[in-house]
Design a protein. Sequence first.
Length: 442
Amino acid sequence: MSNNKRVGALGGKAWFSLILFGLIGQIAWVVENMYFSRFMQSEITRAPYATTLMVAFSAIFATISTLLGGALCDRTGKRKIFVCIGYVLWGFTIMMFALVPMQPSEDKVLPMVILVVAMDCIMSVIGSISNDSSFNAWVTDISDTSNRARVDTVLAIMPLLALAVVFVGFDGLTNTDATTDDWKKFFLLLGIIPTVGGIIGLFIMKDKEGIKPNKDNSFLSDFTYSLQPKVIKQNKMLYICLAGNMVSAAAYQVYVNYLFNIIEGTLKIKNYIIPVAVIMLVASVGSVIVSAAMDKYGKRNFYYPTIIVGIVGCIITWCAKFFIDKNETAETIILVIGGIMIIGVSLVMAGLFTASYRDCIPKGKEGLFQGCRMVMYVLVPMIIGPVVAQIIISLMNKGVADADIVYPMELFLGAAVIMLFCFIPAKIVRNNLPDKSNSNED
């Protein structure tokens, strides 16, 4: 396949694989990133330390395993086998959560927290090798500078589509009325999806022709390649692009792990399916339109406006607190407007910074540079964001028992403050990185 092919020229099987593994992978990550948090908060403990530990340790193990997976798929010259087999095993790890004892007595809360964190780490290892390293290396293989803004925005929409699938199809098994059996059904049903997807991929997915095993360096050198000072110095703009994603992701992590409980518990919106569906639909459609404009007019023109919209969206969402128990209609409208802005921005930011990051990856090093992406896009944000969230939650719930903790709307203000720092990498990328999005256009 020619490196100059535009996204529209990708074959049907390539598109099918892109969407299949992009969507199913994000379904698994939705379960891990949002529903494991909800599970911990609803069935184990509402204390924020538990969610912080789960998110942070998951990020650490995910990063290490992505470094490992990136080295393996470049050294073997294979992507498909790691993706497909990995997805099969990924599904089994989700199903295992059906065996976790729920509603533990007070003296057994900490052991259950440790158990859930450990199981989450195992799932993260398998998911990161198959999705974050191998699948992302495959995406870099089949895309080029003329279409990556669109490819990455399509992939960025997958978390929303995945959330819609899980939310509409399975959320009823996890709400405040959920029983132990409901949670077991949830994990069993959601675990089947990645397993079946991996089996389908064995017959559909193809590695790009011409990829050769790269064993020029030792395995240890490949494992740490993207974190070596000399490599960072030689590829400065690549890391600055990742820094932009890092800040945006850290802001997102402040509130995302508590999002469902904020809507249902803090805002007390019981019939939230339609508002959330509207947010996801409008944000995804809007991001596709913006991504097409980015490829047509250049990414450079979209950095500052996107950041501003994200900050304003966080502030608007925070304003919903003033209508709690007073006017649910106004509360819902504010949530929808702010939600569209903050979720839409999270998608567009991926199209901006991730596409620019892929443009900077040296040929033949696609897998090796997935590790640094995980460090800056996953590890750091998933430590900073939850820690900031824990501080805000603790400050707003002083003297409150764990069972009575309310997750505050001020989490969105914390996210807005972090988003301000996006202007720094955005300015550097905008002013120094050649915008290649228009190259190879007809």
